[in-house]
Design a protein around this ligand. Structure first.
Ligand SMILES: *[C@@H]1O[C@H](CO)[C@@H](O)[C@H](O)[C@H]1NC(C)=O
Ligand SMILES: *[C@@H]1O[C@H](CO)[C@@H](O)[C@H](O)[C@H]1NC(C)=O
Ligand SMILES: *[C@@H]1O[C@H](CO)[C@@H](O)[C@H](O)[C@H]1NC(C)=O
Length: 575
């Protein structure tokens, strides 16, 4: 389906006729075309966007710290897009207060409740309906909250069918929230609502993001002959303290700095590594907002029943698949688990690649480039572990850092992994291997035998969102150049996923940071000819505990989705 060229031509014709009207009417539905749209679609969209976005933009106030606006000045169009994106992820905060925060006035998951609507008995539920659960937040004294901004997750699941999906949470701004779910399978289904952080905690996280981009720091070793020195590095270093080495990338303008070593020159940099995490970022009162088992990822209970029984689709709905989709798409549900396997709703027909021979057959004559953080390195490791013919080629790279390469010379398969450029919190990346994804993409010839997989999110959570937007903008431009010069190149983007949070991890890697980045990622690649593997919903919908590196069962579903896009179901492959 992803590479069906005859459909390609049809789609293009269709687009030429109705694309403009369609796009203007509803740009949001475009994302459902992924995998087989055309890059022209994106170019068209971006042309329309520049005349489309400014309408009704609320006034934008943002504390413009110097870190967010380092590097090249964005063009007016880029600035407009940035405003639009930041506005689209605006998060309501608690009302301004005069006295410091006190725990007892903040959201308490134990005192909070949800109810499936309508609360009266007798409602029948059918596949294709939409389920709403109403959540009311209370504080630790049991008093109802009157403002929004709490970070809630919602999930609908049926353990007996290995089924689950992510709900959409709407903040009513008054202490009430609605969790919305499309009903996609028959049988008993249970609602689960979790408070990740109170709105008061989110306000603290937001302040840290804007004001403390130094809370994860980096270092580099400089060496010449017998001399060696290590200095502090970051994307933004206060320039008035010591002389700097400026490692701003010549092609992209991506900024990176280290303090200059006392003796050695800036050109003697040998490596880059994670330096550490700053502590004591919170006041004692603020620290109470981040307590495991109290107000980090704690379940909210139902005031009445938390499960419903879903009946088959109503008689007037003929075809199940087409009847369930509109609700799901409206709620931005990208897929659901059934019998433990992910069923995407974006048009990709899932195949299961249980045998390594099926994977080998699919990847025959392909070159697969994986760029990004450790969450895509997991894909590399998964393929290496499950496909015995794929042998790692020893590049003598540092463990867990790379670059890595694996080869199956019988089937002419080449698999490569390389980490993204700084900020990257890996231990000791050799300076010459510190490269930006966009520059790497510019060096690819591409084509129908090339697969590019990107995953870039986890290392950006300590920086203002502008930093991430700028990075993705460079990558998106490189992706478009690649698709223009080598149509048929398959581009796959793995989104952010949920992870285990404790009081400390929350301050650097909270799911709230990931959610904000993830929404930016989706918006920036919407309408491009890329496949989005929705790691966010795939980890939220699953019954496994959240983990930065999701367990193999989830990774297998992601790989199955990649392979289903590369090798769609045909008569031949059904044998
Ligand atoms: C805004 O940023 C400046 C630095 O540019 C900082 O000194 C100030 O504390 C910030 N204000 C708020 C309200 O975050
Ligand atoms: C670092 O170099 C870049 C590109 O050469 C330049 O634009 C930027 O102003 C420099 N930064 C500083 C702090 O001098
Ligand atoms: C793959 O394995 C799963 C789990 O064991 C099984 O349910 C499914 O039917 C298998 N699919 C194929 C195509 O073999």
């Amino acid at each position: 389906m992803c590479r069906n060229l005859s459909k390609y031509a049809l789609i293009f014709l269709f687009l030429a006729l109705s694309g403009i009207i369609f796009l203007l009417r509803n740009i949001h539905t475009v994302e459902n075309w992924n995998c087989h749209t055309i890059s022209a679609l994106y170019q068209l969209q971006s042309r329309i966007q520049s005349s489309f976005i400014p309408v009704n933009l609320p006034t934008f106030h943002h504390n413009r710290t110097f870190c967010a606006h380092l590097g090249q000045k964005p063009s007016p169009e880029d600035e407009l897009e940035e405003r639009y994106l930041l506005d689209s992820i605006a998060w309501p905060g608690p009302p301004p207060r005069t006295s410091p925060i006190v725990l007892r006035q903040t959201s308490d998951p134990v005192h909070s409740l949800f109810a499936i609507l309508p609360t009266k008995e007798g409602r029948e539920w059918h596949v294709g309906d939409q389920l709403e659960a109403l959540v009311q937040m209370h504080d630790f004294q049991g008093r109802p909250k009157h403002y929004g901004g709490d970070f809630l997750l919602a999930r609908l699941h049926s353990p007996e069918f290995g089924a689950g999906l992510a709900g959409k949470v709407l903040d009513h701004g008054n202490g009430f929230y609605s969790a919305m779910f499309p009903l996609l399978w028959v049988g008993s289904a249970q609602v689960e609502v979790t408070l990740v952080h109170s709105s008061e905690a989110v306000a603290v996280l937001r302040r840290l993001r804007e004001e403390r981009p130094d809370r994860v720091f980096f270092k580099s070793l400089f060496r010449l002959g017998f001399l060696s020195e290590t200095t502090l590095c970051n994307m933004c270093l206060p320039p008035d303290q010591q002389p700097l080495c400026n490692y701003t990338d010549l092609y992209t303008g991506e900024p990176w700095y280290c303090y200059k070593p006392k003796v050695l020159g800036c050109d003697t940099r040998i490596n880059h590594a994670k330096g550490g995490y700053l502590k004591h970022l919170l006041t004692n009162k603020e620290a109470l907002l981040f307590q495991s088992g109290v107000n980090i990822k704690v379940r909210i209970h139902a005031s009445g029943p938390d499960r419903i029984n879903v009946l088959p689709p109503r008689k007037d709905r003929v075809e199940v698949e087409s009847s369930v989709k509109p609700e799901a798409i409206q709620l931005a549900t990208s897929g659901y688990y059934y019998e433990e396997s992910w069923r995407p709703l974006n048009g990709v027909i899932m195949r299961q690649f249980n045998e390594s021979s099926a994977i080998t057959q699919c990847l025959k004559n392909k070159v697969i480039y994986m760029y990004g953080d450790s969450t895509v390195r997991q894909w590399f490791e998964h393929l290496l572990a499950f496909v015995p013919e794929l042998k790692e080629f020893d590049l003598h790279s540092p463990k867990n850092v790379g670059p890595f390469m694996a080869v199956d010379s019988t089937h002419n398969i080449l698999l490569k992994y390389r980490c993204h450029g700084p900020p990257i919190r890996f231990s000791t990346v050799i300076a010459s291997e510190l490269r930006y994804i966009s520059n790497e993409l510019d060096g690819l010839s591409g084509g129908p035998n090339t697969i590019v997989v990107l995953s870039i999110w986890a290392h950006f959570s300590t920086f203002p969102v502008e930093v991430y937007i700028r990075r993705l903008r460079h990558i998106r431009r490189a992706v478009l150049r690649l698709l223009d010069r080598a149509p048929g190149t398959i581009i796959v983007i793995r989104s952010a996923n949920l992870q285990a949070l404790d009081p400390e991890v929350s301050l650097y890697n909270s799911d709230w940071y990931s959610l904000q980045l993830d929404e930016v990622l989706r918006a920036m690649f919407k309408g491009l000819n890329v496949l989005l593997v929705d790691a966010w919903q795939m980890t939220l919908a699953h019954h496994f505990p959240h983990a930065l590196h999701p367990p193999p069962a989830i990774i297998k579903n992601m790989i199955d989705m990649l392979l289903s896009c590369v090798c769609p179901e045909t008569k031949k492959s059904q044998q």
